[in-house]
Design a protein around this ligand. Structure first.
Ligand SMILES: NC(=O)C1=CN([C@@H]2O[C@H](COP(=O)(O)OP(=O)(O)OC[C@H]3O[C@@H](n4cnc5c(N)ncnc54)[C@H](O)[C@@H]3O)[C@@H](O)[C@H]2O)C=CC1
Ligand SMILES: C[N+](C)(C)CC(=O)CC(=O)[O-]
Length: 466
């Protein structure tokens, strides 16, 4: 698959990284002589962040090219994404060329934050709104607005690269999400201008409270809970009258005078000027990865999107039971992967092995499973954030109620970095007592045992179950 990225600034760079890290070939067209350097830096941040959301490897990266020839960028593209500055005259000029140069079946998306499809297509261009959120390589939301068939094709491709397409049924300036951002932004400008709060105090008011709620429940679900046992109706009855009180300045906008711009920029420098933008991006990405991984556990919000995408990625096959990238959040104060995550990788390798022999989610839902009763971990070498890490699993014994596994954890360069030897007992989940496995699992283990018969024990094995 090929993506053409037209305009490779903050947003175009993020799109390029999202496509590339999902295995697409990417060609970037941007007249800025600095575009290649900037995209290289965005990509470096994306490489440490996006794969860290997943407990399995993403597809191999596609190729990245830069071109000064717009026709070459668009030729054979499956997706052409325009991310040039938010000016309608520039968008019109670029869209006319993209419509003429792109394959008829290609999606042509505009990253516009606020222009409506009727404005973008007024001069005959074939384009839809595909509005992303920064950083595009991590945040799944894309607002799609415009021709329904075109949007439907776009939605399918977006899901394949782990994104969440939200079809906006009725066009409106600034779509859905930016209307909220705009409301909050305008209120914040007044609070600074009127000397009520600094930029830092406003950020604390968001991140210490409602910002945490929004990521996992949005607005309406949060307020439903805030209504107590009586729910949404009680919430609306209690806070309905406030709608007529002066709790907002929404219809009134402060003018960007030099004085206000200097005040805000100065406060922002005092708040965050000690860090470079790239360092702030890495801090933001590490936090987003941590939050999204927590949400993945419960299947909520953006975490649910990652979990659903992960389920579509190719599964490992014997003897490989794990294949993933080491996330930043797995590293510790020594600058390498913390000991706990070697065992976590071994544990996930056991889960995958169980699946491979038929002790999968359906089997467990049927009331049978394995419990680990002993582990032995040997730490052989260091692993760092961003390293590829895989596990190869050898069945040592699978007779009766016992399952004895030996996982070798290998770094991307093939070096064995740890072994995790695990002893498990088959259990009946109703009685919580050990019992023999079901026939299909017993047969799969017996067949595997036969294949492995006569092989020597792996080096370092035999430390548990004695
Ligand atoms: N920055 C943000 O937070 C978000 C921006 N957007 C939208 O994305 C679009 C791009 O915004 P940013 O990336 O922030 O701007 P930017 O200023 O970072 O990047 C724009 C890029 O377009 C290039 N460019 C200018 N004319 C061009 C042309 N004729 N052909 C190809 N490239 C050209 C520039 O050299 C520059 O690299 C806008 O429509 C904006 O509303 C959408 C979501 C969030
Ligand atoms: C400020 N903004 C209007 C450019 C914001 C967006 O369009 C989306 C985002 O990433 O916040």
């Amino acid at each position: 698959m090929k993506a053409a990225i037209i305009g490779g600034g903050v947003i175009g760079g993020g799109w390029a990284a999202r496509f590339l890290l999902n295995g697409w070939d990417v060609v970037v067209y941007d007249p800025d002589p600095e575009a290649e350097r900037k995209i290289g830096e965005v990509l470096a941040n994306a490489r440490r962040a996006l794969p860290a959301l997943y407990d399995t490897a993403l597809p191999f990266e596609g190729t990245l090219r830069f071109t000064a020839d717009l026709a070459e960028a668009c030729a054979g593209a499956d997706w052409v994404q325009e991310s040039v500055p938010e000016r309608l005259d520039i968008k019109h000029r670029v869209h006319a060329e993209l419509t003429a140069l792109s394959p008829a079946e290609a999606v042509i998306g505009s990253s516009t934050s606020g222009f409506k499809p009727s404005e973008l297509t007024a001069e005959g261009a074939r384009v839809i709104v595909a509005h992303p959120f920064n950083p595009v390589y991590l945040l799944p939301l894309i607002e799609l607005v415009g021709d329904t068939d075109h949007c439907a094709r776009a939605a399918t491709l977006l899901r394949d690269i782990g994104m969440y397409p939200l079809y906006v049924r009725k066009e409106i300036d600034a779509h859905i999400a930016d209307r909220f951002l705009e409301a909050v932004w305008r209120e914040a400008l007044w609070l600074v201008k009127d000397g009520i709060a600094t930029t830092e105090e406003i950020d604390e008011a968001i991140r210490m409270g409602f910002g945490l709620r929004w990521a996992q429940m949005g607005l309406f679900e949060t307020y439903r809970v805030a209504g107590g046992e009586a729910g949404m109706k009680h919430f609306m009855a209690q806070f309905g009258p406030c709608l007529t009180w002066p709790w907002t300045k929404l219809m009134d906008v402060p003018e960007f005078t030099d004085e206000l711009v200097d005040l805000i920029a100065g406060q922002s420098d005092a708040q965050s000027g000690h860090m470079s933008i790239r360092a702030l991006e890495r801090l933001r990405d590490d936090n987003l990865v941590g939050i999204m991984r927590a949400l993945k556990h419960s299947g909520s919000g953006a975490g649910g999107v990652v979990a659903r995408h992960e389920a579509t990625l190719p599964k490992t096959t014997q003897p490989v039971t794990q294949d993933r990238q080491v996330p930043q959040i797995w590293t510790d104060y020594n600058g390498h992967m913390n000991e706990a995550h070697f065992l976590e990788t071994g544990s996930k390798a056991t889960d995958r092995f169980m699946e491979m022999v038929g002790a999968d989610a359906d089997y467990i839902a049927g009331g049978l499973s394995y419990f680990t009763v002993e582990n032995h971990v040997r730490y052989l070498d260091e692993v760092h954030a961003g390293d590829r890490l895989r596990a190869e699993t050898r069945l040592l014994s699978g007779e009766g109620k016992k399952l004895h596994l030996f996982h070798t954890l290998l770094r991307g360069d093939g070096t064995a970095v740890a072994t995790v030897e695990s002893l498990l007992l088959h259990v009946d989940l109703a009685t919580r007592k050990s019992c023999l496995p079901g026939d299909a699992v017993a047969r799969a283990l017996a067949a595997m045992t036969k294949t492995l018969a006569g092989l020597p024990m792996p080096e370092g094995a035999g430390k548990v179950g004695r």
